[in-house]
Write a protein that binds this ligand. Structure first.
Ligand code: ADP
Ligand code: 5GP
Length: 225
């Protein structure tokens, strides 16, 4: 696994006092259909300092999904090559397919002072946390009920009945990992949930431990009369 200490101390000039700070790896997980793509889209549209990590997957594209934007759609052979070449920060089996986070774009974004948003499952959140520890913020999104989760999966009209059944079965397993997260939210109203996630992002950016430029500012204050 990568030594993320080499890539995490980054400068980002987004606070009023423009302190340099460490880049954030902001993870959103949920059972499929609970609404994390919806929340992610809102966050990305709202925040120019946040960039999406686009995963690679062996899953076939859903109608409307765009290669390189929603996912990098690759075959199993290519995925295996990427794994063998250590091109993933993390990867996991999900729903009979493989999903992985390409390492290079994440490094580039952090180096450019951007925070990175990950839509990955609990296995990915766990692996990222092992690599990057305190630079990772993990948010888990719950549906208000299992009935509503199924309604959302059906309403999305992207999966067959069989796939929806498998996603519902797997949802219980996903939810059982709620305690591996720093924040757990219920996505009842999408706008309200988005506002909470945005608040978490903004507050996490302000943490003292992330503001690596703070000490220089304090020293300067100390030198002033
Ligand atoms: P995920 O990325 O977690 O699989 P999506 O964001 O694709 O889930 O959401 C699944 C479906 O539920 C989509 O059709 C989306 O528009 C809808 N949805 C998301 N959040 C809400 C909400 N709070 N209330 C009602 N419908 C929602
Ligand atoms: P979907 O097929 O609905 O797009 O995604 C299925 C699940 O795979 C979701 O829980 C999603 O968060 C997860 N996932 C997507 N990309 C990655 C990845 O790169 N790594 C891991 N570990 N999980 C991922």
């Amino acid at each position: 696994m990568a030594d993320m200490t080499q890539i995490t101390p980054r400068s980002a000039l987004d606070q009023p006092a423009s302190f340099k700070r460490r880049g954030l790896l902001f993870v959103l997980s949920s059972p499929s259909g609970a609404g994390k793509s919806t929340i992610s889209r809102k966050l990305l549209a709202d925040d120019p300092g946040l960039n999406m990590s686009v995963s690679a997957t062996t899953r076939p594209p859903r109608p409307g999904e765009v290669d390189g934007k929603d996912y990098h759609f690759v075959d199993l052979e290519r995925f295996r090559e990427m794994t063998a070449a250590s091109q993933f920060l993390e990867w996991a089996h999900v729903f009979d397919h493989r999903y992985g986070t390409p390492r290079a774009p994440v490094e580039t974004m952090l180096e450019a002072g951007q925070d990175v948003l990950f839509d990955i499952d609990w296995q990915g959140a766990q692996q990222l946390y092992q690599i990057a520890g305190g630079d990772v913020v993990r948010v888990f999104i719950l549906p208000p009920s299992m009935t509503e989760l199924e309604r959302r999966l059906r309403g999305r009209r992207t999966d067959s009945d069989e796939v929806i059944e498998r996603r519902m079965t797997r949802a219980h397993g996903e939810i059982s990992h709620w305690d591996g997260y720093d924040y757990v939210l219920v996505n009842d109203d999408a706008d309200a949930c988005f506002a909470k996630v945005r608040t978490i992002l903004h507050a996490e950016r302000l943490k003292r431990s992330r503001q690596t430029g703070l000490i220089g500012f304090i020293r300067k204050l100390e030198r002033e009369d």
